[in-house]
Design a protein around this ligand. Structure first.
Ligand SMILES: [Zn+2]
Length: 194
C-alpha cells in the first residue's frame, strides 16, 4: 500500500470533517542532531505543534499536525542552546507546506501563472494565494542549476542567407566567438576560433 503521508511521519490520529482532513502525526526519528555542531542531545526541551498543508485526499484539503520536538544542545562550545528537529524529506525548517505539495503548486504556478494557478489550485483542494505560487516558481528557478552556454549551435542553410532575419544574429555569433556554429554543409562550419 502506498504511504498516504510523508515517509518520515507516523499517523497518530485522523480527524475528518466535511470540507477538511486533519492528520495528527509524530516524527519517526527518535533523535535529532544539532544543526550547528551535529552533536546528538539526550534530553528533550519541549514539544510544539507544527501545521503543514499537504496533498488533498478525496477532494478535501489536508493539514498535517506534527507533534514536533525541541532539543537542548549540551555542547558547551556550541552557540545554540536549543533547536527544533528537522523534518528532512517532509518539509524545510519553518515551512508551512510539505515538500511534495510545494513541488506540485510550483508546477501549477509555472504552467498557469499566479491568478489562473490559484483558481485551479482551489478547485484541486490545495488552496493557496497567487503570490505564493509565484514565489514557489521563483524558488524552483533559484534552486535549479544555471543553464550552461552551448558550445555548438546547429542551424540550417536559410539562416545564412542575408535576407533571413536571423542571419544578422548568426554573423554576430560568428564574429563574437560565443560558440561554434555548425551548418548543414560540413564545409561551412563557423568556428569560434576562426
Ligand atoms: Zn550544538
Amino acid at each position: 500500500m502506498l504511504p498516504l503521508i510523508p515517509a518520515g511521519l507516523m499517523v497518530d490520529q485522523v480527524l475528518p470533517s466535511p470540507d477538511h482532513i486533519a492528520v495528527v502525526t509524530s516524527p519517526r526519528q527518535t533523535s535529532a542532531s544539532c544543526p550547528d555542531c551535529w552533536v546528538t542531545p539526550e534530553r528533550l526541551h519541549s514539544r510544539y505543534l507544527r501545521r503543514l498543508s499537504d496533498l488533498p485526499w478525496q477532494g478535501r484539503p489536508v493539514t498535517l499536525q506534527v507533534q514536533a520536538r525541541r532539543f537542548r544542545c549540551f555542547n558547551r562550545a556550541c552557540p545554540r542552546q536549543t533547536f527544533a528537529e528537522r523534518l528532512s524529506g517532509t518539509a524545510p525548517a519553518a515551512a508551512r507546506r510539505t515538500e511534495r505539495l510545494s513541488d506540485l503548486q510550483g508546477h501549477l504556478g509555472l504552467a498557469l501563472g499566479g491568478e489562473a494557478g490559484m483558481r485551479l489550485a482551489e478547485r484541486l483542494a490545495m488552496p493557496t494565494s497567487a503570490d505564493t505560487l509565484l514565489r514557489l516558481v521563483c524558488k524552483a528557478g533559484a534552486d535549479a542549476e544555471p543553464p550552461r552556454t552551448p558550445r555548438v549551435l546547429a542551424v540550417d542553410d536559410w539562416a545564412e542567407r542575408p535576407k533571413v532575419p536571423c542571419a544578422k544574429r548568426m554573423e554576430w555569433l560568428r564574429r563574437g566567438g560565443a560558440a561554434a556554429v555548425a551548418t548543414a554543409r560540413p564545409s561551412s562550419i563557423w568556428s569560434a576560433t576562426r
